[in-house]
Design a protein around this ligand. Structure first.
Ligand SMILES: Nc1ncnc2c1ncn2[C@@H]1O[C@H](COP(=O)(O)OP(=O)(O)O)[C@@H](O)[C@H]1O
Ligand SMILES: Cc1cn([C@H]2C[C@H](O)[C@@H](COP(=O)(O)OP(=O)(O)O)O2)c(=O)[nH]c1=O
Length: 259
């Protein structure tokens, strides 16, 4: 059985999200064995699910969770862990990552664009991603974990001088996430984590990152109902624990409001 478009998983060997080949085998005892294959590294994960045949837990209207923060704050790592956690709890989950469209990413990295042009390109990318993947998934009751959303434009492009109202206007047709986890971390610490990366994009400049972090914190202050600020400077496990506790709280509230 083929997985649906956009359902990526983290390959520890590639150090990135990949679209796996998935093989599902139902056993006579009612278990489902799911094997995930990386196109380059072969089998990377096996899952066993009990009571195969039960429906995945659906959330009416879905749940759109954003992970935001400066580069190196741990968004990709936590997105993958949260995906595992929620999938194991029986939810149907997808992980997406902005920017999404390869061709748009190439333009963004190749040219030193005016910040306004950047705003349009990130918004166009987002609209494509939402129409093709995010909105259908939400209407099917899935949880969408998004590694960056329009709040990245509000933090990054405004730090390069774009007007926040202009950014919001350009993103008028974009659905905002239901909840934003801001992985907050001092710039030096994030940069230290990124040192191992082979090349940094032009967006990953420390002076710029200071401003971006400040903008994120300001946005969190202005939109208190939407933002949850997590201390992302601890170990992967520590950040994960905070994140999962909050997500559980949100899921419990959703359940309570339904009944
Ligand atoms: N809490 C953490 N402590 C130490 N290293 C981390 C932590 N979270 C992530 N990393 C490492 O830091 C680097 C950047 O993490 P990543 O999840 O890619 O951040 P982002 O997606 O926000 O840029 C990766 O090499 C990752 O393994
Ligand atoms: C979504 C978005 C990202 N960005 C920036 C943040 C990141 O530095 C960069 C995306 O790069 P990143 O997420 O690190 O992708 P990759 O790992 O493929 O390099 O784009 C914006 O400036 N505005 C936006 O709206």
């Amino acid at each position: 059985m083929n997985q649906s478009v956009g359902e990526k998983i983290f390959c520890p060997h590639c150090g990135d999200y990949i679209t796996p080949k998935i093989e599902r085998t139902a056993t006579p005892t009612g278990e489902l064995i799911i094997e995930y294959y990386c196109p380059r590294h072969g089998l990377i994960k096996t899952e066993k699910k009990k009571n195969y045949g039960g429906n995945p837990v659906k959330i009416p209207g879905g749940l759109y969770i954003a992970l935001e923060g400066i580069d190196g704050s741990g968004k990709t790592t936590q997105a993958s862990l949260l995906y595992e956690y929620l999938t194991n709890k029986g939810y149907s989950v997808i992980v997406v990552r902005e920017p999404w469209v390869q061709a748009i990413k190439e333009v963004l990295y190749k040219y030193n664009l005016d910040v306004e042009a950047e705003v349009y390109l990130f918004a166009a990318d987002r609209i494509i991603l939402q129409r093709e993947i995010v909105l259908p998934a939400l209407s099917e009751g899935k949880i969408v974990i998004s590694d960056r959303t329009l709040y990245a434009s509000l933090a990054y492009q405004s730090s390069r001088g774009a007007d926040q109202d202009f950014i919001r206007r350009v993103n008028k047709f974009v659905k905002p996430p239901d909840i934003v986890f801001l992985l907050d971390i001092p710039v030096e610490k994030a940069m230290e984590r990124l040192r191992n990366r082979s090349s940094l994009t032009r967006f990953e400049d420390p002076t710029y990152m200071y401003r971006v972090r400040e903008k994120y914190l300001k946005l969190a202050e202005e939109e208190k109902d939407k933002f949850i600020v997590l201390d992302a400077s601890g170990t992967i496990e520590e950040v994960y624990t905070q994140l999962v506790d909050k997500v559980e709280e949100i899921l419990q509230n959703l359940k309570a409001n339904k009944t």
